[in-house]
Write a protein that binds this ligand. Structure first.
Ligand code: NCD
Length: 339
């Protein structure tokens, strides 16, 4: 695909080469994200960061990514403070904000909202999560993380075995990640969820049609066996009719040190898109794994900045320019990114 000026709405718009290109550009962003070098390539450019649903990582990392390329960020962080509460349509919002921005990131609770918004927008739109539908930048950063973590274990994405656990029905991160995996080879996906929260059947059948092995189970101990990566998810409470209904499933599948030791391999990579639900009744990923070397969740979140910088660089066509204006960082940067 041609990234220049493109909207990023769904992982289905990518070919494998496009994904590899994003990863290559992301690798080149490391010195900037790690505060070794500074670039002003996007000096004067404005990101409209429009978040109509709760977010910490996605909102802040998109903003940081744009800042790290030298651009400025304008942000709407909730529905209440925006004109949407006065009855304004997404069409009008898109027309207006696209006059103020060079690129827009949109998060919105309605599936398909990002595509509708993009139709009305005069500038590229990145889907930062549209309801239970998709979260393409998260899938890219998840796969980028998987690639790096597996590489350290002498493994590749092709041929890997991944277990996805939790609310696979409503989790947009697992929807996008599974669809992205379709373009790789011979993957075994073990989908561990309550019966009622299974992965949408069209995603499962597309994976099978692409030659992958898909196992669906509600037995976590069994499902974790011989997995190279385990990807946990939160029960997506906000997608249920009531909190009471979500309570039925909370805490049903948990990973902690004892379960990991018993059912995972010594080098199984532990992932989670975050936020993990740390309330006692949920706790799907126990803090007793916080010091575990295979816990990749914070490396995963760090990688989000690299991937989002790469997307901005590709969409705004500065991949051959951002290094030109670069210089060394002039302030104390500490050792926060050392291995
Ligand atoms: C996820 C989301 O918003 O879909 N978070 C994120 O973007 N990292 C996952 C979640 O909220 O459970």
């Amino acid at each position: 695909m041609d990234f220049c000026g493109a909207h990023i709405l769904s992982v289905n718009q990518f070919q494998r080469d496009d994904v590899e290109l994003v990863f290559e550009v992301a690798d080149r962003m490391e010195p900037y994200a790690h505060r070794l070098r500074v670039t002003k390539a996007l000096d004067g450019a404005i990101l409209g960061n429009m978040f109509f649903e709760p977010s910490t990582r996605t909102r802040v990392s998109f903003g940081c990514a744009f800042n790290l390329l030298g651009g400025h960020v304008r942000e709407t962080a909730d529905m209440e403070s925006s004109s949407i509460t006065k009855g304004e349509s997404l069409y009008d919002t898109a027309r207006v904000i696209s006059g103020y921005s060079d690129v827009i990131v949109l998060r919105h609770p309605a599936p398909g909202s990002a595509a509708g918004f993009a139709k009305a927008s005069r500038v590229p739109v990145i889907n930062g999560g549209d309801g239970a539908n998709e979260h393409p930048s998260q899938a890219l950063l998840d796969l980028y993380t998987i690639k790096k973590e597996l590489h350290a274990n002498g493994l590749k994405i092709d041929g890997m075995r991944i277990a996805m656990v939790g609310d696979l029905k409503h989790g947009r991160t697992v929807h996008s990640l599974s669809q992205l995996l379709r373009m790789y080879q011979k993957i075994r996906l073990t989908l561990i969820s309550p019966q009622e929260l299974r992965m949408p059947s069209h995603i499962v059948s597309d994976l099978k049609a692409a030659g992958h092995e898909v196992i669906e189970t509600d037995d976590m101990a069994d499902g974790l066996q011989e997995s190279d990566t385990v990807y946990l998810t939160r029960i997506q409470e906000e997608r249920f009719d009531s909190k009471l209904e979500a309570d039925i499933y909370r805490g049903r599948f948990r990973l902690n040190q004892a379960i990991y030791t018993r059912h995972c391999q010594p080098n199984t990579v532990i992932m989670h898109p975050l936020p993990r639900d740390s309330r006692a009744e949920a706790n799907e990923l126990d803090p007793d794994l916080n010091q575990h070397p295979n816990l990749a969740i914070f490396r995963q979140a760090d990688n989000g900045v690299l991937i989002r910088m790469a997307l901005f660089a590709l969409i705004l066509d500065i991949t051959d320019k951002f290094e030109e204006s670069a210089k060394e960082t002039s302030w104390y940067t500490g050792g926060r990114f050392s291995p």
